[in-house]
Ligand binder design. Sequence first.
Ligand code: HEM
Length: 238
Amino acid sequence: MGFINLLFWVIYPYVAITVFVVGLVLRFDKDPYGWTSKSSQILERRMLMVGSMLFHWSFIFVFIGHIMGLVIPPSFYLSLGISFSSYHEIAFYGGAVAGVLSVAGLVILLIRRLAVPRVRAIAGIDDYVTLGVLLVVMSSGLLNTLGFSLFVGPYDYRYTLGAWIRSILTLNPNLTIMATTPYTYQLHALLGLLFFAVLPFTRLVHIFSLPLPYLWRKNIVYRSMTKKEAPKVKSQTE
Ligand code: HEM
């Protein structure tokens, strides 16, 4: 059991994180023009719009939920006066809605990929790996949020999964804490790490190409030329 714990909860996470970081750097260096989401909008638009919007917007909330539950320690919420039950209620309803919508969006994208002949024709193995890994990882997350909470009862993963993740991120790995975590949560954590390990080799790299500088860069002002400027520019170009 000692070695299994070491393998699953220390060695495997660091291997996955290393593959993630080194893979991204190498991919960016060797294949900068392949750093794309490979849009197929030109081949089919309607299903893409519905599936992609559902998936991307709700995924942002799933991501924020993971940071809130796993990276921020519970002491922070207690200092704000947020009790376990209040936290659980917010996490349960927020997570359930975001999780169901994002998995629904993903299923639409998968059906589109398989059922629309033009989209299927350009599909490569990485498209199926991307959608398949996302589906397995996200369904296993939802299994916990909905299945565990409804059928077993509320589980405060912030003290186990959260403490483990924080121990990995601070390079002080806690070897034993995950052994006390329910199996469905263990499964989701192992699959979640797989997501990071495969990400650099798929079109998911586009996650890191969000055009965020648009939020703070100076506006570009477009205006028509005044009558005075127009002849000057004309003579310069002649
Ligand atoms: C090591 C990495 C990960 C850990 C430890 C982790 C942990 C968790 C936990 C504790 C929950 C909440 C369960 C509950 O409410 O009882 C959850 C839910 C979920 N996870 Fe993860 N997760 C990881 C990675 C991922 C990744 C990479 C994805 C997506 C690609 C993902 C998708 C989901 C989804 C869709 C849900 C259900 C909605 C929600 O509650 O946010 N997880 N995960």
